[in-house]
Design a protein around this ligand. Structure first.
Ligand SMILES: NC(=O)c1ccc[n+]([C@@H]2O[C@H](COP(=O)([O-])OP(=O)(O)OC[C@H]3O[C@@H](n4cnc5c(N)ncnc54)[C@H](O)[C@@H]3O)[C@@H](O)[C@H]2O)c1
Length: 253
């Protein structure tokens, strides 16, 4: 039996990178997927790729900073599918060239990062978990974290690191909040992953980053998506409140 047969999943950030790979994997494993992203062209590409492979998928254009848009996207899925079983938060930004160490960091860059990476994740959970509760059959939530939320491993990315530390907090407290309603909440830590988010990395920085990774290579978005799909599934029934690394060993050393 497929990992996610019969499940209805909402995935943020599924127009690109890890979110898109996760959407592909979840539909391959039998789930219906709602692709939530602020980038309609990218979301359409995800939808077309998945539909061409026979998956069931719909596009939901929404900016996570806008609560009405997030609520509307969740309501649309509930109306179409009668409920929701899993919520996966992949959307995020890293403002290369604008993020900085604190004394040089503009309030605008700080606020934009926190608004998307942390408040946006909260709004996704607020409305997504609301739909799980209405369905009344438990469910699962998986939020994408980052090694930068755990360690000071990205000097000069103060807003990004702080926003991701907040996501760890959200994973743990939501796991405690909703365990009684059989909703599991886990985090996944990608390491250095080959996606549009890391396009700014220069060849010299790439080589230096590889030295921090025991497996000595960048991860592929699919390698993160496989872990997310497993945690979202009933086969991970006894996991909640954990953060699980798919990082080539980066956070182990
Ligand atoms: N790539 C890495 O090396 C890496 C490492 C650690 C953590 N992460 C995290 O993994 C997640 C996915 O990153 P990725 O590498 O796939 O990046 P990506 O840039 O390829 O994808 C991010 C997606 O989020 C969407 N998004 C951004 N802001 C949004 C908003 N306000 N509303 C709705 N959608 C929005 C973008 O449109 C995009 O489709 C992010 O949370 C990122 O912080 C990535």
């Amino acid at each position: 039996m497929s990992l996610l047969a019969g499940k209805r999943a909402l995935i943020s950030g599924a127009a690109s990178g890890i979110g898109r790979a996760t959407a592909r994997i979840c539909t391959r494993e039998g789930a219906r997927v709602g692709v939530l992203d602020r980038d309609p062209a990218g979301a359409r590409q995800t939808v077309e790729e998945i539909a061409a492979a026979g998956g069931e998928v719909i596009e939901l254009t929404a900016d996570l900073r806008d609560e009405a848009q997030v609520a509307g996207a969740v309501a649309q899925l509930r109306e179409m599918w009668g409920g929701l079983d899993t919520v996966i938060g992949c959307a995020g930004v890293q403002l290369a060239g604008r993020d900085d160490r604190a004394d040089r960091l503009s309030l605008e860059a700080w606020q934009e990062t926190i608004d998307i990476n942390l408040t946006g994740m909260f709004l996704l959970c607020k409305h997504g978990i609301g739909a799980l509760l209405k369905a009344g059959a438990g469910g699962s939530v998986v939020l994408v974290c980052s090694p930068t939320g755990q360690y000071g491993c990205a000097p000069g990315y103060d807003a990004y690191s702080a926003s991701k530390a907040g996501v760890y907090g959200l994973v743990r407290v939501l796991a405690a909040d909703y365990a009684g309603e059989a909703i599991r909440v886990n985090g996944v830590i990608p390491g250095y992953t080959d996606s549009p988010m890391t396009a700014w990395v220069t060849p010299a920085e790439h080589e230096a980053l590889l030295q921090t990774i025991p497996l000595r290579r960048a991860g592929r978005p699919e390698e993160v998506g496989e872990v997310i799909a497993f945690l979202a599934s009933d086969r991970a029934a006894y996991t909640t409140g954990g953060v699980w690394a798919a990082d080539g060993g980066m956070t182990a050393v």
